[in-house]
Design a binder for this molecule. Structure first.
Ligand SMILES: C[S@@+](CC[C@H](N)C(=O)[O-])C[C@H]1O[C@@H](n2cnc3c(N)ncnc32)[C@H](O)[C@@H]1O
Ligand code: SF4
Length: 304
């Protein structure tokens, strides 16, 4: 089946509640991005792996890229921020946790999800993860009503994965090289499979790294399409850290990659590479209006 990426969510064979989680989520429906917004809460600073392109900064500059936040919030502060955001912006339908580290590696993520689910049971909750802990944490995610899950999957061949990940930490042990890439892949596959089995909506993020995983990306799309994931987001590399000298793909190269992948899985083409504390419509962020401290009083509070 060919997925153009323009498929109307209303035509999809899902129950009404799942359709709502597609139609009101700006990352799952290209139409929704114009009407519905999201509130990311940056409660998850730690990470359990190291990607060779990742730099996590907690700063106050007006920079827009993944992993950046003005400050890390405690779960209670995150709830306060959400209270303020939803009271002022009725079109915010989604609360997401996307770092700045890996949500599943931080207990604060689950406390935040618990608080938000209790107070706002109809809010669509989503998380973005590298997938290492997805099999271990999926019951807890389900308990708090998280049914939109993004997994970053940059390789389905450990020989390529080992070029992307410096290390993987699991069960108190650090794994490097091929061993680390194999472990990560095994957990990612098991987690994705289980999430799909539970009828969660799974989005895959794949960072497009020229010369490292570019020729491999259509194979990833084919694999995850066959597994039943909902959509596939190709993120052009932002050159940083060990990959700082790699020239990122051009918009034309990205568009071409979407065409190569479209026969296998629905494409997300409108990703804005959001910050970990983004608020508002996609591409029209307003997090600064809610203050550096996350409480809307603009008093700052330090970035840590
Ligand atoms: C900051 S991460 C947070 C969630 C989780 N730790 C993960 O990696 O999936 C959000 C997304 O940003 C992507 N990302 C981080 N640094 C990037 C970079 N330098 N270039 C492109 N994408 C990047 C990640 O791969 C991931 O898909
Ligand atoms: S998994 Fe996410 S937060 Fe962790 S190093 Fe990779 S991109 Fe950064």
């Amino acid at each position: 089946m060919v997925h153009s990426g323009e498929t109307l969510a209303q035509e999809l064979p899902y129950d009404p509640e799942t359709l709502r989680r597609i139609n009101e989520h700006p990352c799952y429906s290209p139409e929704a991005r114009h009407s519905f917004g999201r509130c990311h809460v940056a409660v998850a600073p730690k990470c359990n792996i190291q990607c060779n392109y990742c730099v996590r900064d907690f700063d106050c500059v007006n920079e827009s890229r993944p992993g950046v936040t003005s400050m890390v919030l405690k779960p209670e502060d995150a709830l306060e921020r959400i209270d303020e955001v939803v009271s002022k912006m009725k079109h915010i339908k989604v609360v997401g946790i996307a770092g700045p580290g890996d949500p599943l590696a931080n207990p604060e993520t689950f406390e935040t999800l618990r608080l938000v689910h209790e107070k706002y049971p109809d809010t669509i909750l989503c998380i973005s993860t590298n997938g290492l802990l997805l099999p271990d944490k999926i019951d807890e995610l389900e308990k708090y009503g998280v049914r939109n899950i993004t997994v970053t999957l940059n390789a389905i061949d450990p020989a390529i994965g080992e070029k992307i990940y410096s290390f993987v930490e699991y069960g108190g042990k650090k794994y490097h090289g091929r061993e680390g890439a194999e472990l990560l892949l095994k957990h990612q596959m098991a987690g994705i499979e289980e999430a799909v089995r539970r009828k969660m909506l799974v989005k895959i993020n794949t960072v497009y790294v020229p010369g490292v995983n570019d020729t491999h990306i259509p194979e990833i799309a084919k694999k995850v399409g066959a597994m039943g994931v909902f959509n596939f987001n190709i993120i052009p590399l932002i050159p940083q850290y060990k990959f700082k000298d790699i020239v990122p793909p051009t918009p034309a190269e990205k568009a071409h990659m979407h065409e190569l992948c479209a026969p296998y899985v629905r494409q997300m083409r409108h990703c804005q590479r959001c910050r970990a504390d983004a608020v508002g419509l996609l591409g029209k962020d307003v997090q600064n209006e809610f203050g550096c401290c996350g409480k809307g009083d603009g008093s700052g509070g330090g970035c840590n």
